[in-house]
Ligand binder design. Structure first.
Ligand code: GDP
Ligand code: MG
Length: 482
């Protein structure tokens, strides 16, 4: 046992400063927090080694060690060579170098970086292939080869120069057991998984443990997807069933008062829907371990659901022709029939006063925004007959599809964002057209469920829709073109 290496298989991430070592670890381990893993283009930010465990249920399956990076590799190589005398230095020589240098401090960075390696860690050597192959790199590779530890080279794929990339591959091939690409700024689940898989190719002694770890991340990923599908279904159901209502005073039954109350309720209605949407994305972000991305509308990291914008109605959800086709199915089911459970009203006694619905399907005819469904009904309240104003979902059949489309888009952005990135990203892109790309079968399956929700009816399609959403999220995650 030593400071860095325990019973748990360990891998040290090494390379020159600024090669993207910390970025690789951030992405691989889903850590987007600079306080835990510092990613920076300022040299020398990481001055000590740092253990980063990959844990499941509190059990450390694998550990990675972030290192300061080589700073004087050529000189260090010579010092090791001198220490050894004639012939090729080996693990013992490098170990001796580390021990003496940790005290002397002339090659402090090199000694710190090599310490976990001589103590038994495997090596992940990170290279930015846009850099020309210079002596310092050759020296680094040479020293690592002398350790004889299992080692893999990772190209961060930034090179645009194909020729240089090939040169790097060839050169690395003679020093490392395996050469792989891993772009810390773009890697997604599949690449992370592949990188873990590569570890057991270089380190056979830990094969079973690494395989177990891969099974665990697969299982974790599956669970996250199912949880997201549940949250998504819950969001849609709540949004579609949502109504805002207000008891009207005698005076407010006057037409102009009613108009004011209506406007007030509409605002409240949209605010509630926005809140529901926001909460859903917050849950997804947390589930996928994102701390840097935010949903708060104030910070503009995410654009909320702006249903008051015409653009929203045009770009998201189904196309006009798809809506016309779906229209027959919908057939006014988006009515306001609602159980007035909230607000202390006695429900069930009301007479329907006639729905004051706005232009149903306005979206289909012109460019004006669809009106909310509005209904004034009489209910018995405290023994007196009162009128209640209820505002329900937008009359347009596109409403539910917009919500679903936007949720799928955001989910896609969340699962594909790599944790190695530290820039602030505004997720406000355009609809990739997920729902427009649905098959008719899928559309009508979901439509049935939507209608149930709008009517506030029973949830009889629940399990079927859950399964559908799980496979949908899987398609989105895999980036299947809509
Ligand atoms: N575009 C791009 N930039 C990267 C990548 N990996 C690292 N960087 C950037 O390079 C700089 C150094 O990265 P860092 O991980 O701190 O390097 P380290 O010193 O080797 O740990 C940071 O500004 C990163 O954002 C990558 O794969 N693609
Ligand atoms: Mg670093």
């Amino acid at each position: 046992m030593s400071e860095w290496v325990t019973d748990t298989p360990a891998f040290a991430v090494v390379g020159k400063i600024n090669m993207g070592k910390s970025s690789v670890l951030s992405t691989l381990l889903e850590i987007d927090n600079d306080k835990i893993v510092r990613v920076s283009n300022t040299a020398g930010e990481t001055t000590r080694c740092q253990v980063l465990p990959l844990e499941f249920d509190g059990r450390e399956m694998l550990r990675f060690i972030d290192t300061p990076g080589f700073s004087r590799a050529v000189e260090a190589m010579r010092a090791i060579q001198d220490l050894h005398g004639t012939g090729t230095p080996d693990l013992a020589t490098v170990r001796e170098f580390v021990t003496s240098q940790l005290e002397q401090g002339e090659f402090e960075d090199e000694a710190r970086l090599l310490q976990p390696v001589v103590e038994g860690a495997g090596v992940l050597y990170v290279i930015d292939p846009s850099k020309p192959i210079r002596d310092t790199f050759v020296a680094e590779m040479e020293i690592l080869r002398w350790t004889g530890r299992p080692r893999m080279a990772l190209l961060n794929e930034k090179a645009e120069n194909e020729e240089r990339l090939q040169e790097w591959r060839t050169r690395l091939g003679s020093y490392f057991n395996l050469v792989r690409t891993f772009n810390a700024h773009h890697a997604q689940f599949d690449e992370r998984r592949r990188l873990l898989k590569s570890l057991f190719e270089i380190d056979e002694t830990h094969r079973d443990r690494i395989k177990q770890t891969i099974d665990l991340i697969d299982e974790e990923w599956r669970q996250r997807r199912e949880e997201s599908a549940e949250d998504l279904m819950d969001f849609l159901a709540k949004a579609l069933r949502h109504r805002e209502s207000e008891k009207l005073d005698e005076k407010e039954e006057l037409e102009h008062r009613k108009e004011r109350a209506k406007e007030e309720l509409k605002k409240r209605y949209y605010a509630s829907i926005e809140k529901l949407e926001e909460k859903t994305y917050e849950k997804m972000l947390k589930l996928y371990r994102h701390q840097l991305l935010k949903v708060e509308l104030e910070t503009d990291d995410f654009s909320g659901l702006d249903l008051s914008s015409e653009e929203t109605w045009e770009k998201w959800g189904l196309s006009k022709s798809q809506l016309i086709l779906a229209g027959g199915l919908a057939g006014g089911a988006a009515g306001v029939a609602v159980d007035l459970g909230s607000g202390g009203f006695t429900h069930g006694l009301g007479t329907l006063f006639g729905a004051l619905t706005g232009a149903g399907g306005a979206f289909l005819k012109g460019d004006s925004l669809p009106e909310l469904k509005i209904d004034a009904r009489g209910v018995s309240f405290d023994g007196e007959s009162k009128k209640v104003l209820v505002v329900g979902p937008p009359a347009s059949d596109n409403f539910a599809w917009i919500l679903l489309d936007r949720a799928l888009y955001h989910y896609g952005e969340i699962v594909s964002r790599s944790h190695g990135r530290r820039d602030e990203e505004v997720i406000d892109g355009e609809s990739p057209g997920w729902v427009r790309g649905f098959s008719r079968e899928r559309r009508s399956k979901i439509q049935k469920w939507i209608l149930e929700q709008l009517k506030g009816g029973e949830r009889k399609f629940e399990s079927e829709i859950f399964k559908e959403l799980v496979s949908l999220l899987e398609e989105v995650q895999e980036g299947a073109a809509p």
